[in-house]
Write a protein of this length. Structure first.
Length: 289
């Protein structure tokens, strides 16, 4: 099954998505990737669900084949706008939304602000930065962000001589990945330059997201506003906060929480079958309510 490539516009940006098909008689399922990732990261997941759902996967702004923003500001509400704009294109409501990391945060914003568009949310480690980041003050995070953005302005993106070299870097950064998945993510996550070398597709400024994350009390308000069923999935070996460490997760009214063993932050790659099984069971239960 090969997905079809499409474009739409959001906030003056030309954005991209993949349509995995499944027929308009099936409920929609929207897949939203994490930071520095891309929509084709969901290929195996989409194939697992396309017989039951009409599956779409977005390249968020600054990622994959979508346009980069002017400047260095990538904020949660703007990512949510992309999901809102895509909904206006697909016109398939309500949709189940599966988001990983940044995509999970975006899905929660979307479900809170536009509940009529959302049937259920599967949030894979999308509830904020690690506790070490949260421990820093806003002023500290603001200065660090500014310094890193200024440094990035003059930094030349790293180039790779071959797909094998870039894949090795992907594996180095994500050691749980299989060789095949690392190669797949690299192949769809790079562009070839004029001299034949490869560079990552994502905007380098995405390495330094602005320090505008929600304070704990506002995050709790946002998560409490989500009235649709939510499945939160965490990898047992991840840096992400667990349920006991995350007050905002405890605010979700209709929440299920699953911790997947022997998995890091990319839970759906590290333990694919377990995540698919948990997701399928949850979405079936949510649809029957």
């Amino acid at each position: 099954m090969n997905p079809s490539s499409h474009y739409f516009h959001s906030h003056r940006l030309k954005l991209h998505y993949w349509d995995y098909g499944g027929g308009d008689d099936r409920p929609p399922l929207i897949l939203v990737h994490g930071t520095q990732d891309h929509a084709r990261s969901w290929d195996d997941f989409a194939r697992a669900f396309h017989r039951e759902y009409h599956v779409y996967a977005l390249d968020l702004r600054g990622h994959g084949d979508s346009a980069w923003v002017e400047g260095a500001m990538y904020a949660f509400p703007e990512f949510m706008l992309d999901l809102v704009a895509f909904g206006g294109v697909a016109r398939r409501f309500p949709a189940a939304v599966v988001g990983h990391s940044l995509g999970g945060v975006v899905a929660m914003h979307y479900a809170a602000a536009f509940p009529e568009r959302v049937a259920a949310v599967v949030n894979i480690e999308g509830w904020g930065p690690p506790p070490t980041v949260k421990a820093k003050t806003y002023t500290e995070r603001l200065r660090t962000w500014a310094e890193r953005v200024l440094a990035a302005e003059t930094r030349t993106p790293r180039r790779y001589a071959s797909i094998e070299e870039a894949t090795a870097r992907m594996k180095e950064a994500n050691p749980h990945l299989t060789d095949a998945m690392a190669e797949h993510l690299t192949r769809y996550g790079t562009n070839r330059t004029a001299d034949g070398s490869l560079v990552w597709k994502f905007d380098p400024y995405l390495r330094n997201l602005p320090p505008l994350g929600l304070p704990t009390e506002l995050a709790g308000e946002l998560f409490a506003a989500v009235k649709r069923p939510v499945l939160c999935i965490r990898g047992s070996e991840s840096w992400a906060a667990n349920l006991a460490q995350s007050p905002q997760l405890q605010m979700i009214a209709r929440m299920q929480y699953v911790e997947i063993p022997a998995a890091g932050h990319w839970v759906h790659h590290d333990q694919f079958e377990m995540v698919v099984e948990a997701t399928r069971r949850f979405l079936a239960d949510a649809a029957s309510e």
